[in-house]
Design a protein around this ligand. Sequence first.
Ligand code: ADP
Ligand code: MG
Ligand code: ZN
Length: 606
Amino acid sequence: MKKKITFILYFIAAALLVILAHNYITGRPSQDISYSEFKKLLKEKNVERLIVYENRIEGELTDDGIKSLAMMRGIQPDNKSIENIQKEHTFTTNRVEDPRLVDELDRLGVHYQSRSGYGWVMTVVSWIAPASILILAGFFFFRRIGFGSARSSLFVEKKSNVTFPDVAGLAVAEEELKEVIEFLRTPARFQNLGGRIPKGVLLVGPPGSGKTLLAQAVAGEANVPFFSITGSAFVEMFAGVGAARVRNLFARAEKKAPCIIFIDEIDAVGKARGGSDISGAEEHEQTLTQLLTEMDGFDAQKGVIMLAATNRPEILDQALLRPGRFDRHIVVDRPDLEGREQIFGIHSRNVRLAGDVDFKKLAASTPGMVGAEIANIVNEAALLAARRNKQAVEMSDFQEGIERVAAGLEKRNKLINPKEKEIVAYHEAGHAIVSLSLPNADPVHKISIIPRGISALGYTVHLPTEDRYLLTESELLDKIAVLLGGRISEEIIFGEVSTASQRDLEEATEIARSMVQTYGMSDKLGPLTFEKGRPLFLDTKYSPLKEYSEHTAMQLDEEVHNIVTRAYQKAREILMERRSDLDRVARVLMEKEVMDGSELEELLGN
Ligand code: ADP
Ligand code: MG
Ligand code: ZN
């Protein structure tokens, strides 16, 4: 702010100087003469073209007038010394009380005109107009290139007054952020212990799930300054400005440590380099490179923590996610039933509610909705109640609010309808029961029928490398069976399958293929590997290099098919046998939306 004012002052001063210089050159210079000199010259008829102001007279001297004036001032008007006297024709004199002046002018037949005393007003106006034009032009110019006034608005530095009580349904994410908050509160304690503090934390989740809110809450809880900037603000400017902004941001933040730098919608600046967009690609790369450089350069121990948010992690440049950069990822998921109930509560804090309002019921009828949508519903409900002149917002207003918001979402295909909910419940129950029944399958930690930001975003693909190469053949087979369990459950219950299994099938096929082609786990083809370095799980960048015959290729396909079919039969047997368990789990899921492993075991009595 201070910078801005200084800048404006400088600019005005410069503009005035320009105008003064302009006036000096083009304006008419004049010499001052005394009133008595004026009267004498007038009598000699040596003045002409008079302009009479209230307190001043301007006019021109004749050539004789110049000589006469020189004589009056004691200079000989011979041809030589006249060179030395003022040859200026224009003169100004201060007017003295002289009531008969006009009569005299008339009598002598001197041409004169009078102007009101607002001469100075005219002068000022004639300055102000061009000056304002200059200043305005300057503003627009500098604003465009992102300098001056715009520079201070490139990021917002503020104290956050959001805290965890303003956020609901994100307990897991909050828990993971506690360490960061502790560090920001007392950096010294952590520095003494020499612990490694994350430099960058990436919040990943669907739009409206509360990523921005959570980042603000971290700043509020830690009570530190919060520098926030949106990714697109980095890149929209002319060349070089984005990179300069990044530098500026880090320099400012370091002075304020401990503090938080928050880059919202980082995908705008952090999307993979060498992408398809040609315009501004270079600028974008410069900005991203600068961001990476700054992140590497700053010392996390000083107490600057970077937070970033995105709903499209898959398009981020991998370099951003490397260790020492945004290496910690926190999922900000859609809220579950209980979370939604709490969010209704938070957003109704300042709403007068009728006695019949039941947040539990409202939460139950908004599966899949995110916090932003719930906030929207409360808002709609309050507006509806106000329009009907009600004293308090009633349940019916909320229900109508839900319908309105849902209608908007349905258009965008974002809402789960009850039928879908049932399908997803049986699908997930299928995975869980197969998993529980197989000795080598991973234990079930959590089942949820809320569309997970993480899988909807294609984020679960990369599993920790430690696990990958330690898997045994039977573990892999059981994994395939578990993956198929979702689809088989749908088949058994509904007699047809949905698109819900696409990823499961991809993953299952991929595992089977790796078993045959990479790990030599096929009896038919023997312990041979057909591809080097084939990743076990999906990797979109992988394009196979075939080093085998067409005949072998057919055998490979056949073996992959065999493995998947065996796993399929195994899973189907399990689910047919435990059909009643399938119903029980699905019913609980439809009601509660989430179950953890222990609840599942309790329900099934394992
Ligand atoms: P995102 O950044 O993930 O797109 P925002 O944080 O901008 O979402 O959320 C928009 C608004 O929705 C918030 O300001 C808040 O009012 C509401 N909201 C979203 N998630 C939550 C939540 N978990 N708890 C409370 N309010 C929420
Ligand atoms: Mg946001
Ligand atoms: Zn599945």
